[in-house]
Ligand binder design. Structure first.
Ligand SMILES: C[S@@+](CC[C@H](N)C(=O)[O-])C[C@H]1O[C@@H](n2cnc3c(N)ncnc32)[C@H](O)[C@@H]1O
Length: 282
């Protein structure tokens, strides 16, 4: 059986089940900050609107982190459905539970700890399953999609939103313009850098029919904006992944923050959303 614990690479977001508290705090802060950014609010708003939810569905936020997507749905005025939020990290699940209590949403969301490769006890229960930047971190995306198919009602829908992290770049003043630091960032922060290019085929191979898609470029040119909340996290996460020393990570981030102050910053990554429906067996 495939398990996240078989992970071989250094991706810190894929190792949250065993990460130290300093890394988990940095991850939680980054997830909360990016959720408040207009780009992510636009992305989530567009896929929720494409889903045309009635307000009483059963929704699973898989790889929920601190539960930002679950909380966005639960806080809609007309929402009366049931939301389950699952993550492999007990620390992030506990943070999510604390935040929903503070926000008065505790009676609308159930938080659980689990590995997306095998969530056996909840089979066939959900109308909609959302993976918001999960698949780029899992050991085996095909197994996770098969599991999603089992978790959903036969014609339930899946939303997959993620970065095409092989396109992620932060320009630097190094002689190679940042090629090597981009490579280190890619392995420190992601496990499946090309998975969204393969997603239409993976969905089809695992019992889904693609119904809707949308492409985005998150590019900050001159000043860091969307990417600005990543920069403090990189100071902690690059050393935690073992790809840079603390002093190299600090120097790298200092220069990126300096570039933003000088209006010479450039960072960019492509993102995609795909919505697909389970195909009923004949
Ligand atoms: C980039 S974060 C996204 C969190 C949240 N969906 C959001 O957008 O704020 C990726 C999340 O996937 C979780 N994760 C990684 N592998 C997982 C797995 N096999 N099963 C469940 N969660 C997993 C991590 O703990 C982390 O919270």
């Amino acid at each position: 059986m495939v398990s996240q614990k078989q992970l071989k690479g250094p991706d810190v977001f894929a190792r949250t089940f065993a990460a130290d508290e300093k890394s988990l705090l940095a991850i939680a802060a980054r997830l909360e900050a990016r959720a408040k950014h207009g780009f992510f609010q636009q992305v989530v708003g567009e896929y929720l609107s494409a889903l045309q939810l009635g307000g009483n569905e059963s929704v699973l936020d898989l790889g929920c982190g601190t539960g930002v997507i679950a909380r966005m749905i639960a806080s809609q005025d007309d929402w009366s459905g049931r939301i389950t939020a699952i993550d492999i990290s007990p620390y992030l699940v506990d943070t999510g539970k604390r935040l929903v209590s503070e926000e008065g949403l505790a009676d609308k969301i159930d938080f659980l700890t689990g590995d997306a490769h095998s969530i056996n006890e909840l089979q066939g229960q959900f109308d909609v399953l959302i993976m918001h930047t999960l698949v780029s971190h899992v050991v085996d995306p095909a197994t996770v999609l098969q599991e999603a198919r089992r978790l959903l009602h036969p014609e339930g829908r899946i939303v997959v939103f993620d970065g095409d992290f092989d396109s992620l770049t932060y320009a630097t003043d190094a002689p190679d313009g940042g090629v090597e630091t981009d490579r280190l960032q890619a392995i420190a922060g992601h496990t499946q850098g090309r998975v969204m290019r393969l997603m239409p085929r993976l969905l089809s191979d695992n019992g889904f029919r693609l119904e809707w898609s949308k492409a985005y470029v998150a590019a900050d040119i001159g000043r860091a904006d969307f990417w600005s909340s990543t920069l403090p996290a990189l100071r902690v996460l690059l050393p935690s992944a073992g790809v840079m020393s603390e002093s190299d990570a600090s120097e790298y981030v200092d220069k990126l923050e300096g570039a933003s102050m000088n209006n010479t910053f450039f960072a960019s990554c492509n993102f995609y959303t795909m919505i697909a429906r389970g195909i009923q067996a004949a």
